[in-house]
Design a protein around this ligand. Structure first.
Ligand SMILES: [Zn+2]
Ligand SMILES: [Zn+2]
Length: 158
């Protein structure tokens, strides 16, 4: 998703942008919709622009316990500095983006895609009480019980 310097220059508040999922660089994120909505505001600062806003996306994950996929709609806040002074940008901070004055537009899809990836939860559970899969027959215990019998001691071993 490209933003032109002229747009940033004229400053805007809560402008709505649509990002097509297919345009994002390929990473492991999966989405429920083809469009990610994004609200952005631009403010001029001394060395460039301050771009703030929210990405709203419905991401799809596989449950860590039962392996079924589920979706979570979430919002990722973003606060970017688009800076013309390269000395002020560092490699390990994705919030600071180098935007040299010689360029009249900036491509943001790589950064957005990275922010969405970083927003993934550490633990992915379809529901907190997910029963998971039976370790013997593989049945999804959320959908019903299986006929496997566990000797008491092996249950304690788990
Ligand atoms: Zn689950
Ligand atoms: Zn079973």
């Amino acid at each position: 998703m490209k933003i032109f310097r002229s747009e940033l220059d004229s400053e805007f508040k809560d402008r709505l942008f649509d990002i097509t999922v297919g345009d994002l660089p390929n990473n492991s994120s999966r989405f429920n919709n083809d469009i990610i909505q994004c609200t952005l505001s631009s403010t001029k600062v001394r060395s460039g622009f301050h771009l703030t806003g929210v990405l709203s996306a419905e991401q799809v994950y596989d449950c860590d316990r039962c392996l079924e996929s589920f979706s979570v709609s979430g919002q990722v806040r973003l606060k970017l500095w688009l800076i013309s002074d390269q000395d002020l940008t560092t490699l390990d901070e994705i919030e600071r983006v180098y935007f040299p004055e010689s360029k009249d537009s900036i491509e943001l899809k790589g950064i957005f895609s990275e922010l969405l990836l970083l927003s993934e939860p550490m633990k992915k559970l379809c529901v907190d009480s997910c029963e998971g899969l039976c370790l013997q027959c593989g049945v999804n215990l959320n959908h019903g019980n299986c006929i496997c019998e566990y000797p008491d001691e092996s249950v304690e071993d788990l």
